[in-house]
Design a binder for this molecule. Sequence first.
Ligand SMILES: NC(=O)NC1=NC(=O)NC1=O
Length: 174
Amino acid sequence: MEINVVNALTYEDFVKLFCNVVEKCPLIPAAIWSYRPFKDLADIEAHIREFIHSLPDSGKEGVLRCHPDLAGRDTQSGTLTRESQEEQSQAGMTTLDSAESLQMYRLNTEYKERFGFPFVICARLNSKADIVCQLSERLKNDRATERERAIEEVTKICSLRLRNIVLSDIQTKL
Ligand SMILES: NC(=O)NC1=NC(=O)NC1=O
């Protein structure tokens, strides 16, 4: 899809297209619409990254809290967003055996109790083993370090979701 097609979108169509590039945070495309016309896809990504990095710590933690746990309640009950469902199933999070599920539940719970927000990682770029390893490793971080690390993962998830939209045919998305 040409960037000039994106730039020509009405506000409503722009937000409808990009509403979930950051999980359950339609405020973000609603806000960056003000920066059109965009030079290219990287320009859209840069504005989203800038918006998130300019948030106060509470805002960043709010963005993180909008993410469903990996292999969590939403995954079990099938209430994930389409994007999360695809990402989690691709990382093997939807076909864990009972021991793996219990391990993810315990690690996610420990992580949330320690940091006050859920563990977030770009599932498309990690295997099941990577995710367990990262979750165990990142538990050792201090809160400020881990908040930034998790936000880094949010921007990776966002970049992949943006590419998926912009590099596919826009007409099928509206
Ligand atoms: N807690 C999470 O990391 N959730 C997710 N990561 C993804 O890439 N998709 C998700 O739903």
